[in-house]
Design a protein around this ligand. Structure first.
Ligand code: NDP
Length: 246
């Protein structure tokens, strides 16, 4: 494998899929993580001319994450970057009404999943562990700043945890040649809103965005691709908004 290898969790749809396409164009081999919808993952891989590989697994399960990284070791024997992009929301609800199962699911996927994958990536990329260095980008959300009252404070708080992890981990592994950054997308046109029971969410809220529109997955992908690139060689611990000013 001469191309550098990047694992994009949740790479089969939405922001992750736009990023996979962009990174293949930039010269990466992209390992596209997904949980259940093999149809979407397989179709995307088929369109990427042998420069992408699909890998199933639930990031909320440590067992699945260990299996995914073992598969990656066996197939490529190298890892150069990780994008912790897999994430979920749940239907709008006040905290007073939230069942434990929902809160646990959000934190297990968005927070624990990002920690498990970051840990495995550091174990492979850190020069202190015999690796060659690398880069991690965490996909947070503008919700971490806004708090998402009356919608999903659990989701917003899970992204707040991602911001904090980004700051701490960036300092912990900076001298081991790993850069760690995060992006905070605003309202981006993907299927996540329908998954959270609000397919018209962007249309409804576009007027609250200073730029008066939702963003595209490609606009987020461009920022992540830059953070992963050599152009960003002195950037670590940064949390960059891509939210139209929201
Ligand atoms: P989508 O719902 O469009 O895609 C989600 C992707 O994540 C799919 O590939 C899905 O796989 C995968 N996935 C979901 N749960 C798991 C899991 N437990 N394990 C492994 N893979 C999983 O999401 P978006 O592209 O909109 O969101 C991507 C990231 O961006 C998320 O972290 C989200 O929080 C964040 N974000 C999105 C915003 C937006 O407005 N869209 C705004 C701010 C942040 P499968 O197809 O198999 O289900």
């Amino acid at each position: 494998m001469t191309r550098p290898v990047v694992l994009v969790t949740g790479g089969s749809r939405g922001i992750g899929a736009a990023l996979a396409r962009r990174l293949v164009d930039d010269g990466w081999h992209v390992v596209i993580g997904y949980r259940a919808r093999s149809d979407a993952a397989d179709a995307l891989v088929a369109s990427l001319d042998g420069n992408a590989t699909a890998l199933a697994g639930d990031v909320a399960s440590e067992t699945d994450v260990l299996r995914m990284f073992a598969a990656l070791d066996g197939k490529f024997g190298r890892l150069d970057a990780l994008v912790n992009n897999a994430g979920i929301v749940a239907p709008a609800m006040r905290v007073a009404d939230m069942p434990a199962e929902r809160i646990e699911r959000i934190f297990a996927t968005n927070v624990l999943g990002s920690f498990y994958c970051a840990r495995e990536a550091v174990r492979r990329m850190s020069t202190a562990h015999g690796g060659r260095g690398g880069s991690i980008v965490n996909v947070s959300s503008a919700a971490a700043r806004l708090g998402a009252p009356n919608e999903y404070i659990d989701y917003a708080a899970s992204k707040g945890a991602i911001d904090t992890m980004t700051i701490g981990l960036s300092k912990e592994v900076a001298a081991e040649d790993i850069r760690v950054n995060a992006v905070r997308p605003g309202l981006i046109e993907t299927e996540i809103h329908a998954s959270g029971g609000a397919p018209d969410r962007i249309e409804r809220l576009a007027g609250t965005v200073p730029m008066q529109r939702g963003g595209t997955a490609d606009e987020v992908a461009a920022l992540i691709a830059w953070l992963l690139s050599a152009q960003a060689s002195y950037v670590t611990g940064a949390i960059v908004d891509v939210s139209g000013g929201r």
